[in-house]
Write a protein that binds this ligand. Sequence first.
Ligand code: AMP
Ligand code: GLY
Length: 436
Amino acid sequence: MNILLIGSGGREHALAWALRKSPLLGQLYVAPGNGGIAELAECVALDALDFAAVTAFVRAQDIGFVIVGPEAPLVAGLVDHLTAQGILAFGPTAAAARLEGSKGFTKDLCAANNIPTAAYRRFSDAAAAKTYIRQQGAPTRYASEAWRVVIKADGLAAGKGVVIAETLAEAEAAIDDILGGAFGAAGAQLVVEEFLYGEEASFFVLVDGATALPLATAQDHKRVGEGDTGPNTGGMGAYSPAPVMSDEICAQTMRRIIEPTIAAMAAAGTPFRGVLFAGLMITDKGPYLIEYNARFGDPECQVLMARLESDLLPALLASAEGALAGVKLNWSVQSAVTVVMAAKGYPGDYKKGEEIAGLSLAGQTPGVRVFHAGTARQNGQLVSNGGRVLNVTATGDTISQAVSRAYSAVDKIIWPGGFCRHDIAWRALERERQSG
Ligand code: AMP
Ligand code: GLY
C-alpha cells in the first residue's frame, strides 16, 4: 500500500521510521518532510492546506492511505475532504478536531460530562473578563496557594496562547493581548481558568470512533530552560514510560476522562478517530484534563515509536476503519528518552541555514537514533531549518542508561548555533534513584 504522510517535524520522522518497518508498506511519500525524512521516504512539496492538490497527488501516485501528523490540516478539515473523495485517511474530522482547535469547546464538553478539569469561564469581551477576574479572583480549590490564573486563547496558537498570570496586571495584559488580535481569529475568544497543581503527563489513545486503545505513557518538558523554567515551547524533550502514570492513574484517566469524551463525541454525531492526546495534571485528587490535542505529541511520538514493537500501520488503519476492537500493541520494556536540540534563541527568534555535522557518528552510539525535526539539505550539506532541529533519541534498560546514551550522542553533534536542556527526564531519574 502506498502511503502519504503529512508533516515535517520530528514526529513525522519517527512515524516514517516506524512505517518503514511495516511489510504492508509500498511507497512512502511525506509532504513536505525534512532533511532526515528524505533519507527514508520521498519528500514532496505539497501544501497540506491545499486540499485539491493533496487529492490530485493521492490519485496520481495511487496512494491508499493518508496519515495526517500536525493539527492545522486536521482542524481545517483535510480528513473530511479526503473521506468525501473516497480516500482513506488517519486523523479526526474537523468537527472532532475541535477538541484541540477550541479550548472553550473542550471545557464545555468536560463540564457537560463531569470530566475533571480546571474550573473555567469563557469570554469574548475584555472588560467582562477583567471584571470577572477582579471580582472573583481565579476560581480555586487551593486557598493556601499563591494567586495564579490561567488565560488561554480559544483557538490554535502554536503553543503560545497560554499565559499563567501571577498578578492581576499580568492577567489583564494577557486578556488585552489575546482579544486585541495577537493570535488573529484564534483569539476571538478566551478561557480563564483555575491553576492546577501537580505533575504533568501526556496520555495517548488510538481511537476509532468508539474504541480507545491506550498507548505507552510519556512525559514532556514544555519549558525552554533547565529546571522547567522560562517560556513554553513545543517541547524540549520527552521520555517513556512516565513513572507518574501508574496503572491506577491510567485506569482513572480512561474511566473519568477518555471514555466519557469518546462517548460524548459519538453521541453528538462527531465521533473521534485518530490519536487523542490528553495533556494531564496529576493532582492530589487524581488526573485532571489540561487540554486535548487531536494528534501525536511532538516530541512524545519519538519516544513512543522508539518503544513500539508491533507494526504501527495496521493499528492506524484500524483506527481509520473503525476496527480497533481486539487490536493489541506491544511495547518494549526498555525506556526511551529524546533530547531536543534547538536553534539558539528558540522559542523566540533564531537563525536558519546553519551547517550541522557529526550526525552519523552520533547515530552510531548504542541504542541511539537521531530524528530530524527542522533540517534541510543545501548543496548536499545538512543545515538547520527551524526552531526545534534534532531529536536525539535513545533507548536503554533503565531511564538513566537511555539518558546517558542520548547525551553522549548529543556531544558528538557539531552545531555551534544549537542548544539543548541537560536535565531531560529529571523526574524519572529521581524516582529511579529513590527506588534503586
Ligand atoms: P496548554 O497549551 O493548554 O497545554 O497549556 C500549556 C501549558 O500551560 C501546559 O502544558 C501546562 O504546563 C500549563 N497549563 C495550562 N493550563 C494550566 C492549568 N489550568 N493549571 C496549571 N498549568 C496549566
Ligand atoms: N509536546 C507537546 C505537543 O505536542 O503539543
